[in-house]
Design a protein around this ligand. Structure first.
Ligand SMILES: [Zn+2]
Length: 127
């Protein structure tokens, strides 16, 4: 087999990060996973046209999935920081850049890196 190209590694990593966040939000159902696959397919084309954008793919896939979920499922990921007020979704920052994070604009905080939402939203500490 051929070695896995850097492009495929980038796409694979982006897919894994976004899936991890979907699992954290307990929305990683089969039809949702297919949204991730759709986005990765589109971004493969995109990054082939613009290889310098490889570092931006994870943030773009996260935003693609967020947009697709908004139509089918609702807001995702819900902000885990603000305890009161209207439920609202986190945003990816930078929209087009490396090292994407989920941020809450209401509280003005970085919540977690894309792919690390599970650690920010709690769950049971494994101590
Ligand atoms: Zn918030």
């Amino acid at each position: 087999m051929d070695p896995i190209s850097p492009l495929e590694q980038t796409l694979h990593a982006a897919r894994a990060l976004v899936l991890a966040d979907l699992v954290a939000g307990e929305v990683a159902e089969a039809d949702v996973v297919s949204l991730v696959e759709d986005s990765v397919t589109q971004r493969r084309w995109w990054v082939e046209q613009w290889p310098d954008g490889a570092g931006y793919v994870a943030g773009l896939v996260a935003q693609d999935v967020q947009d697709a979920l908004l139509e089918r499922y609702g807001r995702w990921p819900l902000c885990p920081v603000c305890g009161s007020g209207d439920p609202h979704a986190l945003d990816v920052e930078p929209e087009l850049g490396p090292d994407p994070h989920w941020v809450c604009h209401k509280a003005g905080v970085k919540v977690a890196a894309v792919g690390a939402l599970g650690r920010a939203t709690g769950g049971t500490p494994s101590s």
